[in-house]
Design a protein. Sequence first.
Length: 379
Amino acid sequence: MASTARTGVTRGRTKRRSRSPGWWRAIKIAFAILVVAVLTATIIAGFYMFTLRKEAAEKTRNLNELVQGEPAKPSVIYAVDGTKLFEAIPERRDPVDLNEVPEFVQNAVLAAEDRRFRSRESAVDIQSLGRAIMRSAGGSSQGGSTLTMQLAKLLYSNSERTVRRKLQDIAIAEQLERQLTKDQILAMYLNIAYFGEGATGIGAAAKTYFGKKVGDLSYAEAAILARCVRRPSDQNPVRNYAKALENGHVVLGLMKEEGWITDVKYEAAMKTRPKLTKPAERTVAPIKKAGYFVSSVLAELKSRGIDISNGGYTVHTTLDLQLQGRVEEEVRSIVRNHRGEGVNTAAFLLVDRDGHILAMQGGLDYRKNHYNVVTQGGL
């Protein structure tokens, strides 16, 4: 018998180590670093907001007193030793209850500042805020504040335009939304917002610009006032009527989009050119001490968008009144001793090693000549 030979073939398995390409490993490492960085940033941000919320809760403990209405507080500028250099008391306030403000006037303000105020449950508009923070980080001053955040700023914050200030406003706004109704928030805002020309609150603004009570305003007048809050110093109807009218038309258009004004009333308001009342003469608080220095401080505040005639500001300076007195006497002495040489003014600026102004005299007598040789003459 023939036998069949079988040849056995054994297939060996070759084990190879799987190695990821270098670029893939780099991606995984980068991703891990990114995850850690995001988690760390989230923890830090969370702790930071927790701190801000704690501060906000402390600040708003006496909120009920503010709801009842607080008296107008003066703005004061102090010397380094606490001596009062200047005081400005808000000139025109006329608080009103919300039921005295017609619904269309309320809607005009909401159209201009926060159209979703009544429907939004949160104190923050996330989309608008995100855009505002990106602009702020890039140096832009455009904001995405809700009306509640604006109220928080008016009550407790300042005029600096930074991410930190936005976050502070958010924390305080959250407290306001927890403790107050929408009507209370709107009423407070309408009574403490600055409308320009010394008018704080919409009641004072109605009288200042149109000689009316707020309940007698027309649609066109309400629309103009609603936008005054954004640029009260240079776009109010007294300073720039054409721009104020244009702003009012924008507000009317927004009201129409929201269904807050009928077509007939919209067309009529768009054709109306509200007549202004003769503006009352504003009395400017006299500067009695260190006039040139105080005027330079006021100019600096104005350049930052701060109008202290609105009240409530406290400004501490580095001015030393004893040194200031000596500097003023020295300037008078120089002019007196060199009068025959045609010298009729002199200036003096004294600063410390850190650049803090200790004394400033920009001329012979501020009461007679407001020109400041130090700041305007390039000393």
